[in-house]
Design a protein. Structure first.
Length: 194
């Protein structure tokens, strides 16, 4: 095997991610692409409605379709101000004005981790494919506009539970620790935490 035959782990990971994105995109875009894919890609298991990917990971189309809509929903605010007020309070960030309009990119990252991270399977990956960045840190739509009624009900539940839990915590670390314990949201604990 020559030098040109070797692929670095970084390149392999990039290829896996692109492969996964392409499969999800083709399945969500319509039946014609799905039919075309059936003949060139044998990973589609019709009995389980699941795509088996490299490294034995699996995406359940049934799970994705149960919360994701193929059509864009009309915008209507879903995140209450109390959610953002609690995030700012726990981080010690200053709140100017009656409402929080401008939010740091960190708030988007936090929302992705503590709210969208609670959805089962690859929901967040699918939402990011359907709603890509159009500029530096900006998306054309909100992720929740791609959720169906069940998905939006779950979103509202996750927001309410997170807001309630934040309100009884004194620090961001305490909140994340409790959220991980109560709802299984991944979180890196402090190495010196007892």
């Amino acid at each position: 095997m020559g030098k040109t035959d070797k692929i670095s782990k970084k390149e392999q990971k990039k290829l896996l991610i692109e492969d996964k994105k392409e499969l999800i995109r083709s399945l969500l875009q319509g039946p014609d692409l799905k039919i075309d894919r059936e003949f060139e890609d044998k990973r589609l298991d019709r009995n389980n409605e699941a795509l088996k990917l490299i490294q034995s990971s699996e995406i359940s189309l049934k799970d994705l379709k149960s919360v994701i809509s193929l059509s864009l929903k009309k915008y209507s605010p879903r995140f209450p101000q109390t959610f953002y007020v609690e995030i700012f309070r726990l981080h010690g960030w200053k709140i100017t004005g009656a409402k929080i309009y401008r939010k740091s990119w960190r708030v988007a990252k936090i929302t992705k981790e503590i709210i969208y991270g609670r959805f089962k399977g690859d929901v967040i990956t699918t939402l990011e494919i359907q709603n890509p960045f159009i500029g530096h840190g900006f998306r054309k739509f909100k992720h929740f506009q791609y959720l169906n009624a069940k998905g939006q009900a779950l979103l509202d539940q996750y927001i309410a539970e997170a807001t309630e839990l934040m309100s009884v915590c004194n620090s961001w670390y305490e909140f994340r620790k409790k959220l991980a314990s109560k709802y299984g949201v991944p979180f890196q604990l402090n190495i010196f935490d007892k």
